[in-house]
Design a protein around this ligand. Structure first.
Ligand code: B12
Length: 212
């Protein structure tokens, strides 16, 4: 099977929510020499984006989404150690989390893994994170960057609260934002230092902010 067929196969398996088979296919792709980063971007991310479309089209409901999410997570467990190998550069400390009231964590987890693979020290606060928790963690860890994810139009309003609280607490960390409804325009409007449309852009923007 060519690597294009294999990655398509992995995508389909995640979309179908087959959590037993998906990690085997990921392992096979690694054995065939595909790099873990490409498996995440071409396999996992695209599969979950398709799952999102199926949900919007009314084909999938919450149970199907959760099965795909489980298959996706099982694949990430296989890939994680391979994303973290290679030359390790300590580029800075990043606090990452999903806005309060929002439990969508798949995209945040991909971003978190990719930032870690790029050499950042990651403090992952998880999902449904109150404003204060971002601020406290940034203070305690002398963070360079706070990365905030949101998947809902109402929860993304909380990003501005984190930015305001960071300012009033004298926190110098740069703030980057992303997630489904978040745009570059919105990021600018709320005074964020950076925005990324996907995990690759998240890494690019974080590395760029560390240069300044
Ligand atoms: C999976 C999913 C769920 C799962 C979440 C499982 C989990 N563990 O995360 C479950 C089933 C639990 C769920 C629940 C709900 N969901 Co939902 N869900 C989705 C779905 C289908 C896919 C999201 C996803 O994982 N995408 C794949 C990942 C890879 O993409 P991503 O998150 O966008 O992340 C990428 C980029 O955005 C970027 N990125 C992400 N974060 C960050 C951060 C930074 C700093 C940067 C730089 C970049 C970045 O990089 C990521 C990787 O490339 C979307 C539909 C969609 N098309 O998005 C709806 C969706 C987000 N859900 C929605 C809703 C309404 C809900 C519920 C309220 C449903 C309900 N009635 O109960 C609840 C929410 C409960 C809550 N309080 O949060 C709506 C939101 C509508 C809105 N505009 O507000 C959507 C858009 C569906 C819809 N069209 O109605 N959901």
């Amino acid at each position: 099977m060519s690597s294009i067929d294999s990655i398509t196969n992995l995508r389909d398996t995640i979309i179908k929510g087959n959590r037993k088979e998906a990690p085997n296919l990921a392992r096979q792709l690694l054995d065939d020499g595909m790099d873990a980063y490409s498996i995440v971007t071409d396999g996992c991310s695209k599969a979950m984006t398709r799952v999102g479309e199926l949900y919007q089209e009314g084909e999938y409901f919450v149970p199907e989404i959760l099965m795909s999410a489980k298959a996706f997570e099982a694949v990430m467990e296989i890939l994680k150690p391979h994303l973290q190998t290679g030359e390790k550069r300590t580029t800075g400390t990043i606090i990452i989390g999903v806005c309060e009231g929002d439990i969508h964590s798949i995209g945040k987890n991909i971003v978190s893994t990719m930032l870690q693979a790029a050499g950042f020290k990651i403090i992952d606060l998880g999902k449904d994170v109150p404003v204060n928790a971002f601020i406290e963690a940034a203070k305690e860890n002398d963070a360079d960057i706070i990365a905030i994810s949101a998947l809902m139009t109402n929860s993304m309003l909380g990003m501005k609260d984190v930015i305001n609280a960071a300012k009033s607490n004298g926190i110098n960390a740069k703030i980057i934002v992303g997630g489904g409804p978040v745009s570059a325009e919105y990021a600018k409007q709320i005074g964020a230092d950076g925005f990324g449309d996907d995990a690759k852009e998240a890494v690019d923007v974080a590395l760029k902010l560390m240069e300044v």
